[in-house]
Design a protein around this ligand. Structure first.
Ligand code: KG4
Ligand code: ZN
Length: 358
């Protein structure tokens, strides 16, 4: 079954064709992140205006790439053959999947209305996908080794930090969430504070990797691990962000010294990762889960990947991360989720839902 997955919940516009939930035939993403950089965060109006411009070209490119991979030789398409692309899609695509929330309303509407129109025009089933479920199912793509149920899923994105218990496909029990900021938001806010670009996660990661000095005044920079010892599975990152604000205000040299700044970035990243790893591992033990899956933009973080893998090995659990490209927002994860959690919906009924949750 070949599903066209469409993703427009935030500043990315993604379209992908995925076969049977696991084999990616194409995965095209256009991002407007560069346009938001000077503001230190996504400007919703700017994101939506860009998405209007690129959504059709992105979908066309995904269809062209998929046709080339499948390579029915006489049928290799190119951009100028608009009606051929349509005909190819009508013949080869079995369903259209769209992430209809949570996210920014302007951005969601563009993807949702496009997906509805295509479903009606091509007479294909339409499947509505929760964006966060998409992040979970990125872990099923292209793996020989599948996660096993019951499992714990950690979703760490720009808007969410959630721990989910899954006993089977489509069964999501929220066992913990953030009480304030998400992990990704904390990365973005701290990056802005340190004068770095957007998105902040990769910038913090890069700066942290440049820490060289062994001077104790730098090595001694310490930040809290909020709620690490609480008995529940909730998170809180806004206090950590405030601790960085206080640190920077107490020592003005920080923003001017590359070494001090990288020490702050390093300690901040360690603090976030320590909390995420501890809670996820505790949840896997409490609910007797053999597999742990991680998804969302922060799952691209190298320290999180290595610390989670080490901690899971110590308790003989298996941890799964999507590739870095599939950790951030993309259409392939939406198509994969639609294959496993196949919720068909009448195109005339589907609504963009900015507050959609588990
Ligand atoms: O899942 P995602 O692409 O979009 C949302 O659904 O929000 O996540 C974006 C978030 C941003 O906050 C970004 O700073 C963070 O993921 N991120 C990272 C890294 N790459 C992206 N955070 C830490 N380390 C990274 N390498
Ligand atoms: Zn996301």
């Amino acid at each position: 079954m070949k599903i066209l997955g469409i993703e427009t919940t935030c500043d990315e516009t993604g379209a992908a064709v995925v076969k049977d939930g696991r084999l990616v035939l194409s995965n095209i993403t256009a991002s407007s992140a560069n346009l938001h950089e000077k503001y230190g965060g996504v400007v919703p109006e700017v994101a939506a205006r860009e998405q209007i411009k690129v959504i059709i070209p992105v979908i066309e490119e995904a269809l062209i790439k998929a046709s080339q991979i499948l390579n029915s030789k006489h049928e290799i398409l190119n951009k100028s053959q608009k009606s051929k692309i349509q005909n190819w899609a009508k013949k080869n695509i079995d369903a259209i999947a769209i992430s209809h929330g949570p996210g920014l309303i302007g951005s969601l509407l563009i993807g949702v209305e496009t997906a509805k129109s295509l479903a009606l025009a091509w007479e294909k089933p339409l499947i509505g996908v929760n964006h966060l479920v998409g992040h979970i199912y990125a872990n099923w793509i292209s793996l020989d080794n599948k996660p096993k149920f019951p499992l714990i899923a950690l979703i760490v994105s720009g808007g969410h930090t959630d721990l989910i218990l899954m006993r089977k496909h489509g069964d999501f029990k929220l066992i913990g969430t953030t009480l304030d900021d998400s992990a990704g938001e904390a990365f973005d806010k701290v990056a802005r504070l340190l004068g770095l670009g957007y998105p902040g996660g990769p910038e913090i990661e890069r700066l942290a990797s440049q820490i060289r000095s062994t001077k104790s005044e730098i090595r001694n920079i310490k930040l809290p691990r909020p709620m690490i010892a609480s008995k529940d599975f909730n998170f809180s990152f806004s206090g950590l962000k405030t601790a960085v604000v206080n640190l920077v205000h107490s020592d003005e040299a920080i923003v001017h010294s590359k070494q001090k700044k990288s020490a702050v970035a390093d300690e901040f990243q360690k603090a976030v990762v320590d909390v995420l790893v501890k809670k996820t591992i505790d949840a896997a033990q409490k609910f007797d889960c053999n597999s742990i899956v991680v998804g969302g933009g922060v799952a691209a973080n190298t320290l999180l990947r290595s610390q989670m893998a080490d901690a899971a090995t110590r308790i003989s659990r298996k941890v799964f991360f999507p590739s870095k490209t599939l950790s951030v927002d993309n259409g392939a994860m939406i198509a994969a989720a639609a294959f496993f959690v196949n919720k068909k919906i009448d195109p005339l009924e589907l609504q963009a839902d900015p507050g959609l949750h588990f």
